[in-house]
Design a protein around this ligand. Structure first.
Ligand code: ZN
Length: 405
């Protein structure tokens, strides 16, 4: 009996220790690990991310925004350096060289410092004929990077005083296509809903919609709603939660959310919740869809339809002990974290009001703190913003329910 009791006590103690460890890993230690993980992307980026150097601004947005959601922005000791680095990516427009419709931001310094003439002065430079005043014909803003640049500046408290607004707005104008969609770069890329959203977000953050034809843009978005209620990235394309987020976000920022078929869209969105969220019918759940689906639900004021406990359990099952989140739960290499899924897992935890995570506004994907201290927040008016039509209002106090409630 004594031995049996001892074994039972040992098992109970082990179970308690395991439980306590799980709690510790889940809540405290991992949070610190996440802060270290995201901070890493503001310094020397791991080799695996080399190919993303042209999208460095996106990584900086993920890192800075995640630190803000984790309440750790004050750990950044080089905030001004980051702001200055972002401004270094602003495209200098030289007529006759990169063209008048190239304003906005590049994703990183891969073409060399703008306006330095450093590369054109080089004796072994073979591209001198392509450059004038240190500006290459390839110095053309990418609308997604302009979006990320303005987000990072807002999160870090910059007032946009050094943004060349006229050039950025002219840059947007050069990207819009006859069907109302946007391409990413003036010299030509694919055009779809992703870049429509970035154009709407940039216009919103600059509080200047003169760079886009709003009616034409809204028509393109509405034409992309499918028979199942979701949206494709183009009309007549398969519905996908990423496309839904960009469509709903664009309409929210344009004040046109009331134009969509809400009932079928809401049915499609809420049906994406399994254990976590998937992006399409019959797909496995994936951490990033917590934001693409959950963020769309927030903008539709349906965040209370999210099953908080199962969402939380799924996200926590994707945590890495070294910080960050993977796309799916599992074993390495499948369970290795990456910056994109780590960021959107954190936005998911913010969305469900996890303690210790700051509330977010999903139309822009930044904290309500950053939003309400930004230059585009309408502090003196009746609403939080001065967008087009009826403004979308970001939540400041999320109301969520659980299935147990
Ligand atoms: Zn994903």
């Amino acid at each position: 009996m004594e031995g049996g009791d001892g074994a039972a006590a040992a098992a109970a103690a082990a179970a308690a220790a395991h439980s306590a460890e799980s709690e510790l890993v889940r809540d405290d230690v991992t949070r610190e690990a996440h802060i270290r993980y995201f901070s890493m992307f503001l310094g020397l980026v791991p080799k695996a991310y080399t190919s993303l150097d042209t999208s460095r601004l996106m990584m900086v947005y993920f890192a800075v925004n995640a630190l803000d959601m984790l309440g750790a922005l004050d750990r950044l000791k080089n905030r001004q350096e980051i702001i200055d680095w972002v401004y270094m990516q602003q495209v200098v427009v030289v007529d006759g060289q990169n063209g008048p419709g190239c304003g906005g931001f590049l994703g990183g310094g891969f073409l060399g410092p703008m306006g330095s003439c450093s590369s054109s002065n080089s004796s072994n430079n073979n591209n001198a004929e392509d450059e004038a005043d240190g500006v290459s014909k390839y110095h053309q803003a990418h609308v997604s990077m302009t979006y990320c640049a303005l987000l990072v500046l807002a999160i870090l408290g910059d007032d946009y005083s050094r943004v060349d607004r006229a050039a950025a707005v002219a840059g947007l104008r050069s990207l819009q296509q006859p069907d109302g969609s946007f391409q990413a770069v003036a010299m030509g890329t694919e055009n779809d809903m992703r870049f429509v959203f970035c154009a709407c977000a940039v216009s919103f953050m600059l509080q200047d919609f003169s760079g886009i034809d709003v009616d034409k843009t809204a028509r393109f978005i509405l034409a992309s709603q499918s028979y199942d209620g979701g949206f494709g990235i183009l009309p007549n394309q398969e519905t996908h939660a990423g496309a839904i987020y960009t469509a709903v976000g664009s309409l929210a920022l344009l004040g046109r959310l009331d134009d969509i078929d809400r009932e079928s869209l809401e049915r499609f969105l809420v049906s994406r919740q399994v254990q976590g969220f998937n992006g399409r019918i019959n797909k496995v759940p994936d951490t990033c869809y917590t934001f693409w689906v959950g963020g769309s639900m927030q903008m539709l004021n349906r965040v209370d339809w999210i099953d908080v406990e199962s969402t939380r359990a799924f996200l926590l099952s994707c945590q890495s002990p070294i910080g960050g989140f993977s796309k799916h739960p599992g074993k390495p290499p499948e369970a290795y974290p990456d910056i994109l899924h780590s960021h959107y897992a954190v936005t998911g935890l913010s969305l469900i009001a996890e303690p210790g995570f700051a509330a977010i506004d999903c139309s822009l994907g930044i904290t309500t703190r950053a939003y309400s201290s930004s230059s585009f927040y309408n502090k003196g008016g009746s609403g939080p913003l001065t967008g087009m039509g009826t403004p979308y209002r970001p939540p400041t106090d999320l109301q969520v329910v659980t299935t147990d409630a």
